[in-house]
Unconditional design. Structure first.
Length: 496
């Protein structure tokens, strides 16, 4: 038994002895005092003294202790009343009422004591629960404070400018990188809209409105912004909704990455690539022009040496005409490549374009014993494109596939699918395929495997797709076939 339990047991024992001693003392006083005559009033006092141990027992031991002590007092007093005071049913039934009062008062006072103990115990439990809840709340507050400090440290450390916006689109917080990027301190930014803190926001405020309104779940793009002090900055922006644990929209998060240096390097690389491409183009043009000119020169020499022979003259002039036509084709293709018409964008239904392309190319393909099939699902989104240039892309791809299968026959299939914000249109054939070493060259100007080809067809395809903000993928296996997958941007709701 613990020391605390031993102490409680000892205290209860002393209380019980004290109660028994009080009962014995009061009973003794009753027995030694004559209840008649001048001592009658003392007997009345002694009878009231029984309430002291009864109340004491009820206070210490509760309802059971009060009831037992009250019953003991009733028995002791009843024994004395029976001997000296005319019995319990004596004068006026006072003795009976007194004994009943002993038991009732002891039980009632003890019950009140038990009730107080129960309430005290309940209060202790509630207090303990509140204390535990407070400790948990304190721990959670420390954790949240630690997480907040950790998050703030991350936001201070990242090089990208990060801003949080409220549901109304106003700035709530901005990290140091955002302050440096925008050229203003956070107190000057809060609570204003992005449009109000920039001389030119590059459409960011409108993008934020789209995201907050639910018209776009997330926007990632590059744009140019101009700060209040006139500094132009090329940024890559990412805007996404901010939600709580229950899915309610709290606002938006805007991340801005300064791409000015990358843009400058990219422009420099593009210029270098253009110069390199111009050199290749010049070499290609020189090659394509030199050959026909050499043949024309030889033909002219034949005419000079023909001595007026009509047959030799006719043969030489025929060759000259062929080579002039060849030069004409090269020059025309070169002009088309160098001065392409600007695309007239609109929402285009993919199935309509493919229908027209197949109609244009089916007869040509049939003559080469090549079949064309296509499957365009009805739920394919519209694309943002120039329909004529889009047709030129697929006519070129199908014509190349047919020419690759010339003399052996085969099949070409076209299909389409939605792919994120793009529509992917695939042209696949079962022709001879393209050797892996040649795949990187197929879009180069003047690169052709055909004797009479200009080598500008796929270059034009690539250029048109680039002008449409799309991209093209090629896959090929020798002996199995080739597939070109062209990705055109899906039309937005405003373009439909």
């Amino acid at each position: 038994m613990s020391a605390q339990g031993t102490a409680r047991s000892g205290s209860a024992y002393r209380d019980a002895v004290s109660i028994a001693a009080l009962l014995a003392t009061i009973t003794g006083l009753h027995l030694v005092t004559d209840p008649s005559g001048q001592w009658a009033s003392m007997h009345l006092l002694y009878r009231r003294l029984f309430y002291v141990p009864i109340l004491y027992a009820g206070f210490v031991f509760g309802r059971r202790g009060g009831a037992v002590t009250g019953l003991a007092a009733a028995v002791l007093y009843g024994f004395h009343a029976q001997l000296s005071m005319g019995g319990l049913l004596g004068p006026g039934l006072d003795n009976l009422y007194e004994t009943v009062s002993f038991v009732v008062l002891g039980s009632l006072f003890g019950w009140m004591r038990d009730l107080a103990d129960m309430r005290t115990a309940d209060l202790r439990i509630v207090s303990s629960q509140l204390q535990r809840a407070y400790h948990k709340l304190e721990e959670r507050a420390l954790q949240l404070s630690s997480v907040q400090e950790y998050t703030q440290a991350i936001l201070r450390s990242v090089t990208a400018g990060v801003m949080t916006l409220g549901p109304d689109g106003s700035i709530v917080t901005a990290n140091p990188a955002a302050e440096r990027l925008l050229g203003q301190r956070e107190p000057d930014l809060v609570p204003r809209r992005i449009q109000a803190v920039l001389a030119d926001d590059g459409g960011l405020d409108a993008d934020v409105s789209k995201v907050l309104a639910g018209r776009a779940p997330r926007i990632v793009r590059e744009t140019k912004i101009v700060t209040r002090n006139g500094k132009a900055v090329h940024v890559q922006v990412s805007i996404s909704r901010m939600r709580d644990a229950e899915g309610r929209i709290l606002g938006a998060v805007v991340a801005l990455e300064d791409m000015s240096e990358v843009k400058a390097l990219t422009d420099q690389l593009i210029r270098s690539d253009r110069l390199a491409a111009m050199g290749e183009l010049t070499a290609g043009v020189a090659h394509e022009v030199r050959n026909p000119l050499g043949i024309i020169r030889a033909s002219v020499q034949l005419i000079e040496e023909s001595n007026g022979d009509p047959e030799r003259i006719a043969e030489a002039t025929s060759v000259v005409k062929q080579e002039i036509d060849r030069l004409d084709r090269v020059i025309k293709a070169l002009l088309d490549f160098g001065r392409p018409s600007a695309p007239a964008f609109r929402a285009v239904k993919v199935a309509d374009v493919i229908d027209d392309v197949v109609l244009f190319t089916r007869r040509f393909a049939r003559e080469a014993h090549v079949s064309i099939s296509y499957d365009i699902p009805p739920d394919i989104p519209y694309v943002r494109a120039d329909p004529d240039q889009m047709k030129q892309v697929f006519v070129n791809l199908i014509s190349n596939a047919v020419q690759a299968m010339q003399g052996r026959g085969g099949s070409i299939s076209l299909s389409a699918r939605a792919d994120g914000g793009f529509v992917a249109i695939r042209v696949e054939d079962d022709g001879p395929g393209i050797p892996e070493a040649e795949l990187p060259k197929i879009f180069d100007p003047f690169y052709s495997t055909k004797d009479d080809g200009t080598g500008l067809g796929l270059t034009m395809v690539h250029r048109i797709v680039d002008d449409h903000d799309g991209y093209i993928e090629v896959a090929s296996r020798v002996g199995e076939g080739t597939s070109f997958t062209v990705y055109f941007p899906a039309a937005t709701g405003s373009e439909d």
